[in-house]
Design a protein. Structure first.
Lengths: 415, 107
């Protein structure tokens, strides 16, 4: 793999850009690998990357039903933050945010991490008290957040309507080091680094079944043939239930559609991410100038990768009160992704009833921000067979034992 | 937009008039059951890609609960039927099989 650098750009400029290599190879699958990861989204690729980098395991295949990063990695609103209330959540999301800060340098791939700050508006007295509590919790967890007053909100976000008739802005929880990144680039950067370590990334390869013997996984059957493996990592977000079914166990997960939309591009007007959780919407401005808007998830099981129209209507209707200027914008695109919601709205990084088979799922509506930390923790679990400190609390057994990690706000939004 | 017909009052309406209530025909476990059984009742879900039996409430109509058989990949509603039905009827299963020959059944 040739490194990307200013020198490389200059060199290629003199030879009509004929020397650029493919970012990752597209090999045919071998008969066997040590580890097979199902799902070449951010979480799956990050798992493979840290398996190679931290544990020296490079006999790895990452197989993908569709195309690389074509699931929720390419469908989210790219927000990165770690201002969670519960300790296990704050630990893994903060690890993730910290890894994002230097990920471009580490992968030699520009993921366009933009620590522009994330603001969660308090629009009721109850919400304000909740965020003051989160601020204190974050201080104890070593996550830098601060509760700011309406005047400062106004200074940071001039387009905001502080004195809305129903939901005035009473303050906000402000995480200055949070922000956004280019979502596709995260998957592409990890894929390029995995490929450079000799791992195989196999796209257009759907899993049809999981083979096991003596209670342990032995192979996966795919549309490109049988692939033997001694360890299997299932990292497929919304389709986790279907994969778990093949592996012979059931998950505390339901899949629903979550939507987002972007407006037509406009001149720069807002350089932070704003989440308004009472009215159920959040907004940021992309580098292209589009206002990126996310809202609520469907309440019913859904695999269609499109959501119900009325959710868009509700989200935009609510945000118009807080941001009156968006009322005249046109919507450019709308799309949906299938998110896997667990009973306590926290993720699962766990061993499974099948030996050698590990699962990473349940990130629900907030998976993008967790990609590096999730991959870090999942790689440790796959490599050692036992969870490390980041993953231990996220085991499947917590549902039976009643040790919930009750965020119920995986996106900071009450889904 | 999902369209449903309430079997209680007969009204057909858009999904905004109804409230979803999750998987139907769950086997309930309470005091005296094992942790595993209680976990299966409380949390574990079939979450199928395809035919799904589920509970709905006609929240902005007659207010009654009812059940529906629906495809989660096409949103096609095969039937709605009363909430007092302990398991999908043979006729309903035959009707779904006619439209989904590959369907593996309720297990």
């Amino acid at each position: 793999m040739k490194r990307y650098s200013a020198f490389a750009i200059a060199r290629e400029a003199f030879r009509q850009h004929s020397g650029w290599q493919r970012a990752w190879a597209s090999p045919e699958p071998r008969d066997a690998y040590e580890v097979v990861i199902v799902g070449a989204g951010g979480h799956g690729l990050a798992t493979a990357y840290y398996l190679g980098k931290r544990y020296g395991i490079t006999n790895v295949a990452v197989i993908e039903k569709g195309w690389l990063g074509g699931g929720n990695t390419g469908r989210n609103t790219t927000i990165i933050r770690s201002n969670y209330l519960q300790d296990p959540s704050a630990a893994i999301y903060e690890k993730s945010r910290a890894l994002y800060e230097t990920l471009s340098q580490e992968l030699n791939y520009n993921i366009m991490f933009s620590p522009r700050g994330v603001m969660m508006l308090a629009q009721t007295e109850h919400e304000k008290r909740g965020y003051l509590r989160t601020e204190r919790a974050n201080a104890l967890q070593g996550v830098e957040t601060r509760f700011i007053q309406p005047a400062e909100v106004r200074r940071l976000v001039p387009i905001i309507n502080i004195h809305g008739p129903r939901y005035p802005v009473l303050g906000a929880l402000w995480q200055e080091r949070a922000g956004t990144a280019r979502h596709d680039a995260v998957a592409w950067g990890y894929a390029r680094a995995c490929s450079a370590m000799g791992m195989h990334i196999i796209e257009q390869c759907a899993v049809k079944g999981v083979e096991s013997a003596d209670g342990a996984v032995t192979a996966v059957n795919t549309t490109k043939g049988r692939i033997a493996c001694s360890k299997l990592g299932i990292v497929v977000a919304g389709h986790s239930g279907a994969l778990a079914d093949m592996a012979g166990f059931r998950l505390p997960v339901e899949s629903v559609a979550l939507q987002a939309l972007v407006s037509e591009p406009i001149k720069p007007c807002m350089d932070v991410v704003v989440m308004a959780n009472t009215v159920h919407g959040y907004m940021s401005q992309s580098d292209k100038g589009e206002m990126v808007i996310g809202g609520g998830a469907d309440g019913f099981n859904n695999y269609t990768q499109r959501g119900s129209w009325h959710h868009i209507e509700e989200t935009v209707r609510a945000l118009v009160e807080t941001f009156p200027m968006i009322s005249r914008l046109k919507m450019l695109r709308q799309w949906g992704g299938i998110v896997d919601m667990t009973g306590d709205r926290s993720p699962i990084i766990s061993k499974t009833p099948l030996g050698g088979c590990f699962i990473n799922c349940g990130w629900g509506t907030g998976g993008f921000k967790a990609i590096p930390g999730s991959g870090w923790a999942m790689a440790e679990l796959v490599a050692k067979g036992e969870p490390g400190p980041l993953a231990a609390e996220f085991a499947l057994a917590r549902f039976r034992e009643g040790r919930f990690i009750d965020e119920s706000v995986a996106a900071g939004v009450a889904h | 937009m999902l369209l449903l017909t309430c079997p209680c009052c007969g009204v057909s309406a858009e999904e905004t008039e109804f409230a979803p209530g999750g998987e139907a025909h769950l086997r309930r476990f309470g005091p005296g059951s094992s942790d595993r059984e209680f976990e299966s009742y409380m949390f574990q879900r079939k979450n199928p890609r395809g035919v799904h039996f589920e509970r709905w409430r006609h929240a902005y109509g007659c207010g009654k609960w009812f059940l529906a058989a629906r495809c989660t990949t096409t949103l096609e509603v095969f039937a709605t039927y009363p909430a007092q039905t302990p398991e999908p009827s043979a006729e309903l299963i035959a009707k779904i099989r006619e439209k989904r020959p590959d369907w593996e059944g309720t297990q």
